[in-house]
Design a protein around this ligand. Structure first.
Ligand code: AKG
Length: 316
């Protein structure tokens, strides 16, 4: 293991980083109190600190087909959206065609191109343009798009807050994963994402893929791939170890992937535990412009299971 990797395994390094960003950890304070977590906000936190590993989101405890229409806010949605919400518990995702208009999408693409040209945003973690919402009021305004937000708030029955945006120019080719290992909540089930096609997506440009119904699988967390931490060090498993275990689970359960062959402006909303990724790019000359927004419910504990780091979230 390289020296850099060894250093990253030391929890002390993370605690110091967290202390430097203490203000952005305050969002967890109320929830720590509520769920009886007696740790400083800058300390490491993981599923080891919590008593249970199942979702507590209302549409995981109840079936949206029966429960959703009983809520007053349900009547504010169109019949088309109502039907999609009713399928949420069974499928773990929903698709809204043409949610963003062409000119809105064109404005996003122009904004991202401008941010890239001016050097304000650069690729990190492979080919990701992260957190454009922090530097662009236009991208920030998309994260609070009233139609998207009203659906997400309804699905979680809580106020959701955007945690991050990721823009892609090309497909991610990311292996299958669940966001709950990256953006974990306690109680579980309180992360939700909206993926927006910023151009037409074809089988050739590396579409998003997802496994309908996979959100009902047990949440796969550190202990499920032996990524065991100690008081002072993080677990020593590689991320690919997590991906391998998840792939085995999908195969054992005979899940079948679907690809999202979206039209520009279509939006796919997925559940915290829906397994998804980026399909291979068959034609490397093609772009696959898209933007994903990950949201947390605002009153839960929010953290990164693998590195046991509490999420950094600006005051809202
Ligand atoms: O857009 C993709 O190809 C994958 C995105 C993804 O996995 C995510 O945002 O969690």
């Amino acid at each position: 293991m390289s020296i850099a990797k060894r250093i990253k395994r030391l929890k002390l390094v993370h605690w110091l980083y967290n202390l430097r960003h203490f203000k952005a950890l305050k969002h967890n304070r109320k929830a720590y109190r509520k769920y009886g977590i007696h740790k400083p906000l800058f300390a490491s936190i993981s599923s080891k600190d919590f008593p249970d590993k199942t979702s507590k989101a209302w549409l995981d405890l109840e079936d949206s087909a029966a429960a959703a229409p009983l809520k007053k806010a349900f009547s504010s949605f169109t019949p088309d959206i109502q039907a999609k919400i009713k399928n949420w518990s069974a499928k773990g995702y929903l698709i809204i065609e043409g949610l963003l208009k062409d000119d809105e999408v064109d404005a996003i693409n122009a904004e991202i191109a401008g941010l890239q040209q001016s050097g304000k945003i650069k690729f990190t973690n492979g080919n990701k343009l992260m957190f454009a919402n922090r530097i662009s009021s236009l991208i920030q305004s998309i994260t609070t798009h009233p139609q998207i937000k009203s659906i997400l708030d309804f699905l979680l029955n809580k106020n959701v807050v955007p945690f991050q945006t990721i823009n892609f120019i090309n497909g991610s080719e990311q292996r299958a994963h669940s966001d709950s290992i990256h953006m974990t909540t306690y109680p579980l089930g309180y992360l939700i994402a909206a993926w927006i096609a910023l151009e037409d997506i074809t089988p050739d440009n590396g579409p998003l893929f997802y496994y309908p119904g996979s959100h009902k699988l047990p949440f796969l967390l550190n202990s499920d791939y032996n990524n065991t931490s100690s008081l002072l060090t993080l677990g020593n498993k590689k991320y690919s170890d997590y991906e391998d275990v998840l792939e085995d689970v999908l195969n054992e359960n005979h899940f079948e992937a679907k690809t999202f062959l979206a039209k520009k402006g279509d939006v796919l909303i997925w559940h915290a535990n829906l397994v998804h990724g980026g399909a291979p790019i068959l034609n490397k000359a093609l772009t696959r412009k898209s933007m994903v927004i990950h949201y947390y419910a605002d009153d839960v504990i929010k953290y990164h299971e693998i590195t046991e780091r509490p999420s950094l979230l600006k005051e809202h």
